[in-house]
Design a protein around this ligand. Structure first.
Ligand code: HEC
Length: 102
């Protein structure tokens, strides 16, 4: 019985949490960038790695498109930029633009 209640509680919690998870989803996409660009785009600055936090939305989208088309020179961003939809790039732009540049 105790176990059943716990399971029920867990289910209602996850239902309550659902909208928050949907809103937060872009954070999980942004986490794919953290290995190189730092958590939330705050780069440690090693090896000249650019930070993403605080980049303007317009600049961010332009750079991602330039990587996709090859208009901007890159080592890894050509491949990475092609892995995301326009919608994801737009939401990533919003996400990083809301982070204060350090
Ligand atoms: C494997 C490491 C790596 C990962 C992962 C990575 N990047 Fe990059 N990023 C780079 C490097 C290196 C550069 C410099 C350009 C180049 O050489 O490709 C760069 C440059 C950029 C720039 C240009 C910044 C500026 O100041 O002009 C943007 C924007 C960017 N990355 C966005 C992203 C986003 C968004 C993600 C996640 C979806 C991501 N990157 C994931 C390595 C990475």
């Amino acid at each position: 019985m105790k176990r059943r209640l716990a399971a029920l509680a867990a289910t209602s919690l996850s239902l309550l949490g659902a909208p928050a998870v949907a809103q937060d989803a872009i954070r999980y996409v942004a986490a794919n960038c953290a290995n190189c660009h730092g958590t939330d785009g705050y780069s440690a600055g090693g090896a000249g790695m650019p930070g993403l936090a605080g980049l303007s939305r317009t600049y961010f989208v332009e750079q991602m498109n330039a990587f996709r088309t090859g208009a901007r020179q890159a080592t890894v961003m050509h491949q990475i930029s092609k892995g995301y939809t326009d919608d994801q790039i737009s939401r990533l732009a919003d996400y990083f633009a809301t982070k204060k540049a350090k």
